[in-house]
Design a protein around this ligand. Structure first.
Ligand SMILES: Nc1ncnc2c1ncn2[C@@H]1O[C@H](COP(=O)(O)OP(=O)(O)OP(=O)(O)O)[C@@H](O)[C@H]1O
Length: 293
């Protein structure tokens, strides 16, 4: 799917983000530091786009701007054609369910004192996706099955799970809210290679089944190539190149993309695991059904 189609779900035009600045209690007004400079991004329904670039290039800031988690100082963010750039908290609230984020470190994003049941159940009730606890439990159990986790994890807390299990809980939490758009920021960087492949495959299957639009931030270009349709290459807060993954990776147009490709070795994740059914695919290992001792 081309991100330039009229069916764009998420669209950023000329987006600028400035950190800091403003007027302190004493002294002159501070200018702040602009870290995004007129960025344009389009993500179609059901499309997965990658965002790559060296550390500090603005990937996370861009992702957060798309979700309206950082203030945008210029430009527009549209969700499904609606300009959401300057909506207030109350107007954003019903839209929050539609735009979910999966974090790099699930330990930091999952409340360590809460059970997995509560972690998964509370957002469902809060956003009215489930009418009561019983409905929430049914939906949660179905989703656990979908992400190949046993129901026994429901009574556990995040620190009692492995890194891969926690990341699957993070995916389940986002997917349960039936979002339209998911931002996944470095979600497999702390995992070993085989767990990475399982988590990525799961996410790819879910995004395909749910028709999700997804922005995927990663340092690992092999991961981006394996699961993304298109990629945006960022440098110093600007998009320096954009296009279908095969085009950008095989025929990079900018010197910076070439440098990036040379600097980061490919591949860690076997893309065939993620694309079973393609002509040259090898049989992917099934996502193992886990049991809890
Ligand atoms: N809350 C903040 N306050 C001030 N500056 C920030 C803040 N967050 C990020 N920055 C700065 O904005 C720039 C872009 O950071 P950002 O985290 O978006 O880059 P990134 O490409 O995601 O980096 P990394 O790959 O290391 O996560 C960096 O110079 C960073 O220091």
């Amino acid at each position: 799917m081309s991100g330039t189609e009229a069916t764009a779900l998420v669209e950023a035009r000329g987006v600028e983000v400035t950190y800091g600045g403003g007027r302190p209690l004493f002294g002159p007004k501070q200018p702040g530091i602009r870290v995004l400079h007129g960025v344009n991004v389009t993500i179609g329904r059901g499309e997965t786009v990658g965002i790559v670039g060296e550390s500090g290039s603005g990937k996370t800031t861009l992702g957060r701007a798309l979700l309206r988690l950082v203030p945008v100082s210029a430009g527009t963010i549209r969700l499904d054609g609606r300009d959401i750039t300057r909506l207030g908290g109350a107007e954003m609230r019903p839209l929050r369910r539609r735009m979910q984020m999966i974090f790099q470190d699930p330990m930091a994003s999952l409340n360590p004192r809460h059970s997995i049941r509560r972690i998964l159940g509370e957002p469902l009730l809060l956003h009215g996706v489930a009418g009561n606890r019983r409905e929430a439990e049914v939906q949660i159990r179905a989703m656990l099955n979908r992400v190949s986790l046993p129901a026994a994890v429901l009574d556990r807390s995040p620190h009692e799970l492995s890194g891969g299990q926690r990341q699957r809980v993070g995916i389940a939490r986002a997917a349960l809210l039936r979002p339209d758009f998911v931002l996944a920021d470095e979600i497999v960087s702390g995992l070993d290679v085989s767990t990475q492949a399982l988590v990525l495959r799961l996410l790819k299957e879910l995004s395909r089944d749910m028709g999700l639009a997804m922005a995927f931030i990663s340092h690992d270009l092999s991961v981006i190539r394996a699961i993304c349709d298109r990629v945006y290459v960022m440098r110093f807060g600007e998009v320096v190149e954009e296009g279908p993954c095969a085009q950008v990776f095989d025929h990079p147009q900018s010197d910076y993309t070439r440098l990036l490709l040379d600097a980061i070795p490919l591949p860690e994740v076997d893309p065939h695991w993620l694309f079973p059914g393609t002509a040259d695919a090898v049989a992917p290992p099934p996502v193992p059904k886990e049991t809890c001792a």
